[in-house]
Design a protein around this ligand. Sequence first.
Ligand code: ADP
Ligand code: MG
Length: 627
Amino acid sequence: MSREPIVGIDLGTTNSLVAICDARGPRTISDRSGSPLVPSAVTYTQGSAVVGADARSGAPAHPRHTILSVKRLMGRSLPEVSADLPFLSYAVEPGPRGTCRVRIPGDAGNADLVLSPEEVSASILRHLKQLAESHLGTEVRKAVITVPAYFDDAQRQATRTAARLAGLEAVRLVPEPTAAALAYGLGLSAGDRTPRHVAVYDLGGGTFDISILRLTPAEGDDPFFFQVLAVGGDTRLGGDDADHLIADLFRREIQDRTGAPPAPDAARGLVTLAEQVKVRLSEHDTAPVRIDLGPSGVYERTLAREEFESLIAPLVDRTIDRCRQALAAAAAELRGKSLDAVVLVGGSTRIPLVRRRVAECFNLEPYTALDPDQVVALGASVQAAVLSGDRSGTLLLDVIPLSLGVETVGGAVAKVIMRNSPVPARATEMFSTSVDNQTAFRLAVFQGEREMASDCRKLGEFHLRGLPPMPAGIPQLELTFLVDANGVLGVSALERRSGRRASMQVIPNHGLTPEEVDRIERESVTHAREDMTRHRIVDLIANSNLDLKWIGERYDRFSHELSPADRETLAACMARLRELVARASADWKSVPPDDLHQAKEALDRASVRLQEISIAASLRGGPLRPG
Ligand code: ADP
Ligand code: MG
C-alpha cells in the first residue's frame, strides 16, 4: 500500500471485529482460530490482560477479573448504568467527574486494578490493531470505528479516547446502521439522486437496535449521505436472553426429573450449552441435548426448532413492536414512501424465526447476503477505504487537496481540516485569547501545507466582535469548518461564554468544477458497488474450486457406487460449475454472482449421496487421503 492503511473496527458489546478494504475488496481479518469475531472480553489477572475467546471462556472461572460488555459503561456515569449493574459480574464504582470505573481485585501480591471503561476498550482495540498489523505486515495507526446510532457525545468521546489509548487515531466514528448499509453498497447509487430508505435491524448478544435511514447521495448544501430518521430498540434484549430461556427450561426439567436443581457445576455450564443448542437450531430442525448429572443420572432430550421458537417468540415480538414504533416515528419523514430495503445485522438475526418476522413486519425480503455479524465491520472498512483515498482511482470521493486552517498569534496557521480529507468534511477546533480583555477576533482563513500564513493562500477573513472583556485564555472560541459536497467552505465562529457568532463562506480552489466533482463522485460510487460484486465473485470462485476439487476426488473414487441418475446429475452440476468458474476467472464481469452461487449450491445438493458414501468408506477404514 502506498498510503497508510485505515482499518474498519466494529467495537461491539459482545463481539468486536477488524476489517480492511483494499483492491481485493472489503474483508474481515481472522485470528489463528480462523474466526474474525473477537469476544469483547478482557481478563486481568496477575498483571496481564487477556483479550478475546480465552477471556470469554474463562469468565465463569474469573467472574470478578473478566470484564464483559464494557461498551455499556463507555461515557456513562454510575447512576446512568445502575440498571446494568445487576447483570455485570465485576465491580463498578464511581470515578472522577461523573465517570465510572471497574475494580478488579488484586491477586498474586498485586494491588486492586481500577480501570476506566476507556482503558478496557483500549485493550480490545489494541488486540484488533495487532491482529490487523500481523495480517497486513505493517503498522496500523488509523481506524474507522463504529458506534451505535444513539451514542451521545460523551459515549463517542469515550470511544475516541479508547482508540487513542490503543495507539489508534479514530479518523471517523460511523453509526453502526450506516456502516451496515455501506457494506451492501446501499446509498452508493450511481448517478441516481433519489433517496433510499433503509431499515437496519440489529439483534446482537445483549442489545437490539432498529434504525431507519435515509441515504441521499451528497448534493447541494446537504453534506450528508446518511441521515438517521428514527432509532429505537432495547438495550436489554438480545441473543443472551434466548440462551437464558433455554437454560431455564433445562433447569426446570432437571429439577422435575431429579427432584433437585442441577449442581452448581452443571448449572454454570447450562448457559454455554444453551447457546450451542440455539446456534445449532438456526441450521437444523432439532438439537440433541445430553447433560451428565453425576450421581443423579443423565438428562437427555431433543429440542426441536418449533419448541425453541415458541420459547423465544415473546422476545422476537418485542423487537417487532420496536420496529413498528420506529416506523411510526419516521412516518413524517417517509411521507408515505415505503422502505427500499431491510438489512439484518447481528449474530442473532441468523435465527430463522427472526428473519421470518422481520420480513413480515416490513413486507420486504431482508438483506442477508453478508454475514450479519461481520457486516458492520465490513462497512466500516469501506468507509475507511473512502477516507484513505488509496483505491487506485476507485472509490475516491473528492478530497480537499490542501489543508484548511486559521491564522493564530504570531502568523502561524492552525490546520483545522487536513488535506486529503474527503468532502463533505466538518471539523471543529477550540481557540482562546492570549491577551486580557480582547473583545474581538480577526479570523483569517488559509489554505496550504506550510506552517506560516505568509506561505499559504489566504481565502478570506472575518471578525467576531462584541465579546465581553475577559482575561486571556477564558473565552472559548469554537471554530467550525465545513466543506460541503460542492467544495464550498463555510467557517463559523462561536464564542461559547457570550454566545456571539460570526461566519463566512468561500470556495477554496479545487481546480475542479462542480460538474467534475460530481462526475468523480459518481464514478467513485459506481466503483464502490463494483468492488463489492467483484469481492463476492472472487470468494465464490475460490470456494467453488475447493468444492470441485473435493467432490471431484471423491467422484473419481466412488461414482460407481452411485445410481446412474445421481451420477448423471452430479456430473452435470460439476460441469456447469466448472464452466462458470472458468468464465468468471477469465472475466469476473461475465458471470452474475447469483448464478455462480446457485450453481455452487446445486452441486452441494447433488453431492450429498456421494459425501455419505465417502464418509461411510472412511469409517470402514478405507485409506482416504486428505486432498
Ligand atoms: P454484538 O453486536 O452485541 O457484539 P453480535 O452481533 O456478535 O453481538 O451477536 C452475538 C449474538 O449472536 C450472541 O448472542 C450469539 O449467541 C448470537 N449468534 C451467533 N451466531 C448465531 C446463530 N448461528 N444462531 C443464533 N444466534 C447466533
Ligand atoms: Mg453489533
